[in-house]
Design a protein around this ligand. Structure first.
Ligand code: WT7
Length: 630
């Protein structure tokens, strides 16, 4: 009933979702399994903010992902796991088997005293145990906080401490492409700075030797031998926390975005089905890592809620060669393929022959996510991967939105390169002027905000509700502010321009410039730094760091590699700058504020047109920056 099958149906659902949101979402939610029905579909205000969906209802998302399918599709493959090396053995995990593994893992957690409301940090490569661990937490009502296994020990420690995690679930090591990471050793290092963690449960992946701390560290395989297959699903209130996921903002440390059980489930399931137009028996492949929201919603929860077969890939697009994605599509007869523009741009540079060597006839739909897609990449994707016959859905959303908000519905909606398109049912976007006035003309450009809640909207930032209010609900009272600028065309289709705050998007990874500056400033020879993004042909944005050093600098290269070391250890390799320029001054106003606009222009090479520089304390700084530009 809630599967949209035509554009007219979309329009009808959209109208109803705005006119009577409670009736609409109540009907959508009714297609799930509830332990107890809700008494109120929606209560909300954006002032505090306080948003509650399906209040009074009780459920367990894993019953909807697993138990519900056992009778009808117990033997169907739920997850196809493709390892890093193409020659290694894949795994086909049926719904029955996944259910069993989740229950057993959940029993291991219970045995260690982990239960409802406890926070559990998961730091693992893309192996089946990662998906199992996520679902095992949800099974017993523990709140998972997955940390991408490319983050450094320090950022892992920050996230563990912020959430007050009781346990860490990890692997011994990981191989991604040619790179190896000693995962367990990183956890050990992080835990030197964490006091709340009582247990570490480790899966075997690489079989590298690791240190095990008695009384704290547990080998999963051994623990599994001591538990049974039965694990009743904990009854969760709709608004109980399901997970925390950390994401960067323009200020301070990353914040823990909070999602709750009922609304997240309803929206992840609904959007998966309709955006990707998934049909029973299809094979869906999302290339994200489960460490990001895309992996949470569209590798694990969305597909499993729909009884789908979802591919989970451990490796990277270019290993052992740039045909890896196409080979996987060919091998598993993938029907829907969902990836990031940065991957498309990177694979394009290797020419068409890799795409041509594989049979991609199974594809019915292509999707992109994470950053704006340029028209050239869109056309290459559409023509060479989709052979001109697969619709492309450009899905715009955020960690905070839990699921896709703006996107075409595969094949049903009009498509326009580089445009995310129309809002999903229940989503009410508006464009605001900087003063906060709604731009009501059809064609407009402004700040993208939402004027009503959808079921999986962020509920809070963990441990600091005020920060949630400040960040998303205070700039324009009465609206959720996305941080993005966007354009709307005469047909109501949205095109995302990019972030309007000090957040940069590097290869689809979101990083705060302040976070990178803090890492750089840890270097003893650094006095001050300023980081900006600049357009990068493959990554979307590159990182440009201007650094003022102190003392006598004998070797610039040593300083630069020292700075990179600081960033690697404070954040991780994903935040490595593309350019580091050592400078003697930064463009500041008389009140001491750095004029980032000028730094961005210089990084872009737009040095002829710096705009108004009359408020600068020392305009000569600018000439020196331009002269030394990399
Ligand atoms: C930011 C959110 C949930 C998606 C993964 C990233 C940018 C996301 C698009 C798109 C243009 C996009 C926005 C957004 N973004 N999708 N289709 N077109 N920009 O999640 O790390 O929370 O980042 O990614 O700037 O605010 P995230």
């Amino acid at each position: 009933m809630y599967r949209i099958r035509s554009f007219e149906e979309y329009q009808a659902q959209y109208r109803r979702s705005v006119a009577e949101p409670e009736a609409f979402w109540g009907d959508v939610a009714a297609s799930y399994l509830w332990k107890k029905p809700w008494h109120q579909v929606l209560e909300w205000n954006f002032r505090e903010p306080d948003v509650r969906w399906f209040t009074g209802g009780s459920l367990n998302i894993t019953e909807n992902c697993l138990d519900r399918h056992l009778e009808t599709r117990g033997d169907q493959t739920a997850l196809i796991w493709e390892p890093n090396e193409p020659g290694d053995q894949p795994e086909f995990i049926s719904y029955r088997e996944l259910h069993r593994r989740v229950c057993r893992y959940a029993n291991v957690l219970k045995q260690q005293g982990v239960g409802k409301g406890d926070r559990v940090c998961i730091y693992m490569p893309m192996i089946p145990d990662l998906a199992v661990a996520v679902l095992a937490c949800a099974r017993i009502g523990a709140i998972h906080s997955v940390v991408f296994a490319g983050f450094s020990a320090q950022s892992l420690a920050d996230r563990i401490n912020d959430a007050g995690a009781k346990a860490v679930l990890c692997s011994d090591g990981l191989c991604r492409g040619n790179k190896e990471i000693p995962v367990k050793a990183v956890v050990d290092e992080a835990l030197e700075h964490c006091s709340t963690v009582q247990y570490v449960i480790m899966s075997r992946r690489t079989y590298w030797p690791v240190a095990m701390k008695a009384g704290r560290d547990i080998l999963l395989d051994e623990a599994l031998n001591t538990v049974g297959d039965d694990c009743p699903a904990e009854a969760m209130d709709s608004e109980d926390l399901l997970f925390i996921l950390y994401t960067s903002g323009s200020t301070g440390k990353p914040k823990g975005v909070v999602h709750t059980c009922g609304g997240y489930m309803v929206y992840a399931g609904y959007t998966f089905q309709n955006v990707f137009q998934y049909e029973d028996g299809d094979v869906f492949f999302c290339t994200a890592d489960i460490g990001w929201i895309t992996g949470h919603s569209y590798i694990v929860y969305g597909p499993l809620l729909n009884g789908a077969t979802s591919v989970m890939f451990e490796g990277i697009p270019t290993h052992p060669d740039p045909g890896r994605f196409w080979q996987i599509i060919d091998k598993y007869r993938v029907n829907q393929f969902y990836t990031a523009p940065t991957a498309i741009r990177s694979l394009m540079t290797f020419g068409d022959e890799h795409v041509l060597s594989y049979n991609l006839h199974s594809l019915k739909l292509l999707g992109t996510v994470g950053e704006p897609i340029n028209e050239e990449a869109w056309h290459w994707y559409h023509t060479h991967v989709g052979k001109g016959r697969c619709p492309v859905v450009d899905t715009w959303w955020q960690t905070e939105t839990g699921g896709i908000l703006l996107s075409g519905l595969g094949g049903l909606s009009p498509m326009k390169p580089a445009h995310a398109g129309l809002p999903l049912p229940g989503v009410q976007p508006v464009l605001l002027s900087p003063e906060g006035t709604e731009l009501t003309e059809p064609e407009a450009e402004g700040l993208l905000c939402m004027k009503a809640p959808w079921p999986s909207i962020i509920r809070s930032t963990y441990g600091d509700h005020e920060r949630c209010r400040q960040t998303y609900f205070s700039a324009f009272p009465g609206y959720y502010f996305t941080g993005d600028g966007a354009k709307r065309d005469a047909d109501g289709m949205y095109r995302i321009i990019g972030r309007v705050d000090d957040v940069i998007n590097v290869s689809g990874h979101r990083l705060g410039t302040a976070e990178i500056e803090n890492a750089i400033n840890q270097h003893p020879s650094v006095a001050e730094s300023a980081v900006v993004g600049f357009p990068h042909p493959i990554k979307g944005q590159g990182i440009y760091a201007y650094v003022i050093t102190r003392g006598i600098i004998e070797n610039e290269e040593d300083i630069k590699s020292g700075i990179i070391e600081c960033i690697n250890s404070a954040i991780g390799k994903i935040a490595r700058p593309d350019k580091i320029q050592l400078v003697s001054g930064l463009p500041k106003t008389r009140s001491g504020k750095i004029m980032r606009r000028i730094l961005r222009k210089i990084a872009e090479g737009e040095t002829d047109n710096l705009g108004d520089t009359s408020t600068l304390l020392d305009p000569a700084v600018v000439d020196a920056l331009i002269a030394g530009r990399l």
